[in-house]
Structures are given as structure tokens and as C-alpha cells.
Design a protein around this ligand. Structure first.
Ligand code: SF4
Ligand code: SF4
Length: 286
């Protein structure tokens, strides 16, 4: 494990437990321990009053290419994994998306292996999903906004009632700010993304959830009825926890998901420990 506790100094106060963003510190019996979910962020050290936490010899595996390979191999994934990273400017080698698109359509191209990384902004977004993604919204004239809302809401509407715009979003913390854009690409191309999204079947989902729960003791909670963006990016990013969702009908269509597939999203820093724990849980049962 990357960070370690010096038990000659630790007084077992537990302050570090609640201050680890990765749920990597737990109390087991009388002892406070750092588990394999540790991602080397170092946050816990600032909260230990007796300086009992130090860097260990091992390092967390945060190499995106390696994690991409490991996830595909262990879960027998046949699709690409999408990585998402918030940024205010497009990095040098990532082109800015040209014209209007749906962010979920770009994800569908990446799942299929037919697209490279792109920088997506609110100006590119056909739908209001960019607001749910923390990117703000493209400026539209009044008639266009009303037409979009009418298409989404009301009797015979494509989607839902008008409360959809306020209620589901009010259940989660607000974005700390509006981001300039979102880099969307295959995991093998994006270093240290914020979120990764995988299309999974029930077996793959059960494997990931077992491996995640193994050291955190936490469930992966799902959500349904809201937009695909809410379930795959907004909640995992703002709450820093994995989430699964079946997505909404339009999002599924744009992502070209198979009927048996749902989506699971992980904050990136929770991936290395979970991948490692696949070997310690489900693969020991086969
Ligand atoms: S993930 Fe960060 S805060 Fe948690 S144990 Fe590791 S170094 Fe400490
Ligand atoms: S904050 Fe320090 S002293 Fe308290 S349990 Fe954690 S490592 Fe031990």
C-alpha cells in the first residue's frame, strides 16, 4: 500500500479516516489501517496530529494505459473505456470539437473505438446536458429554448415533466464553478482523468462492485430516471463515488448501448485499488 501508518506514533484517534477522499483508511478491530485503495494523494498527512502517516515503498498504479489494459483484460471488456477530464482550455494535442454534438454521442464513438480525444464545450452541446455537466449552457434565443423544453417535457414529450430540470439536480452538491470544457477520449489517451465510464453487463458490474466494496465496505449506488450525464459524470464527480445507471433513453441511443449494458462510472483515483481488488475477490472464486 502506498501510504503507511507508523504504529509507534499512531494513537488510534481516527481523524484520518474521515479525511481520506478515497475511503482508503478504515478501522479494523482496534487498529486504524490504510488499505490498497490508497492513491498516494497525501491528504491524510495533514490531518494526523502526531505525524504518524508516511509515504510507503509501493506506489499506487495511476498509469492510464496500464489501467485501461488491466480493466479490459480482467473484465473481458470488448469496448473502449471513456475517460473525462475537466479543463478550461484544450490541451495542445486535443482538438476542439467542431460544431454541434451530444457529449453522449462522442462517448458512443469512443466505446466503439472510432473516435479520438476531443475538447467539448457548452458551445458544442445540442442539449441542455452541458449545464448538468458543469459546463454552463450555449446561449440560445428564447424560441429555441422553449422548443427544446417542449420536446423534453409535457404530455407526449420525449422525456419527462418540467420538475426534471430542478428536482434531480437539487439532490446533489452544486459544481464549484463552471468549467471551460471537458476532454472526452479513450482512457488509453488521457492521463489522470477525473472520471472513467464503462459500458458493462450484469456480471461485469457485479465484479466491479464486489472489488470496490472489498476494502471500502461501501456499496455502489445506482440511479435511474435522470439524464445519462447526471448518473455518469455529475454524481461521481461531485460526490467522489462510483455510480451506475441505465441512462436515459436518448443517452443510450446516442451511446449505442446494447440492451444488456448499463454504465458504471468511477472517479479515476478509485480505479487502481478496485482493479487490484478484482484479483483478491472475484478471481479467487473462479
Ligand atoms: S488516498 Fe490519500 S488520504 Fe487516503 S490514505 Fe492514501 S494518501 Fe492518505
Ligand atoms: S490521524 Fe494519525 S493518530 Fe489518528 S488514527 Fe490516523 S494515523 Fe493514527
Amino acid at each position: 500500500m502506498p501510504f503507511v501508518i507508523d504504529y509507534s506514533l499512531c494513537v488510534g484517534c481516527g481523524t484520518c479516516i474521515g479525511n481520506c477522499p478515497n475511503r482508503a483508511i478504515v478501522r479494523r478491530d482496534a487498529e486504524v489501517i490504510i488499505t490498497g485503495m490508497c492513491c498516494d494523494c497525501g491528504a491524510c498527512r495533514r490531518f494526523c496530529g502526531v505525524n504518524a502517516i508516511n509515504k510507503g515503498k509501493a506506489k499506487a498504479e495511476l498509469n492510464n494505459k496500464k489501467l485501461d489494459r488491466e480493466l479490459k483484460k480482467r473484465l473481458s471488456l470488448t469496448r473502449n473505456i471513456v475517460a473525462l477530464k475537466f479543463a478550461d482550455k484544450a490541451p495542445k494535442r486535443v482538438p476542439v470539437e467542431d460544431g454541434l454534438n451530444f457529449w453522449c454521442h462522442i462517448c458512443g464513438d469512443i466505446f466503439e473505438g472510432s473516435a479520438e480525444s476531443v475538447f467539448f464545450t457548452a458551445k458544442n452541446s445540442v442539449c441542455g446536458g452541458s449545464a448538468a455537466l458543469g459546463l454552463g449552457i450555449r446561449s440560445l434565443n428564447r424560441d429555441d429554448v422553449l422548443a427544446m423544453m417542449e420536446a423534453i417535457t409535457g404530455e407526449g414529450g420525449y422525456f419527462t415533466c418540467s420538475e426534471f430540470f430542478t428536482k434531480p439536480r437539487s439532490l446533489y452538491p452544486p459544481f464549484p464553478r463552471v468549467y471551460g470544457g471537458l476532454i472526452i477520449g479513450p482512457l488509453q489517451q488521457i492521463k489522470m482523468p477525473d472520471i472513467v465510464v464503462l459500458p458493462v453487463n450484469a456480471k461485469q458490474m457485479s465484479m466491479l462492485s464486489t472489488a470496490y466494496a472489498f476494502e471500502t465496505g461501501e456499496l455502489i449506488l445506482g440511479n435511474a430516471g435522470g439524464g445519462t450525464c447526471l448518473g455518469t459524470v455529475t454524481i461521481p464527480f461531485l460526490e467522489n463515488r462510483p455510480t451506475f445507471t441505465c441512462g436515459d433513453h436518448g443517452g443510450r441511443m446516442h451511446m449505442r448501448l446494447k440492451d444488456e449494458e448499463s454504465l458504471v462510472s468511477f472517479p479515476y483515483r478509485l480505479v487502481p485499488g478496485t482493479v487490484n481488488n478484482l484479483d483478491r475477490t472475484v478471481f479467487t472464486q473462479e
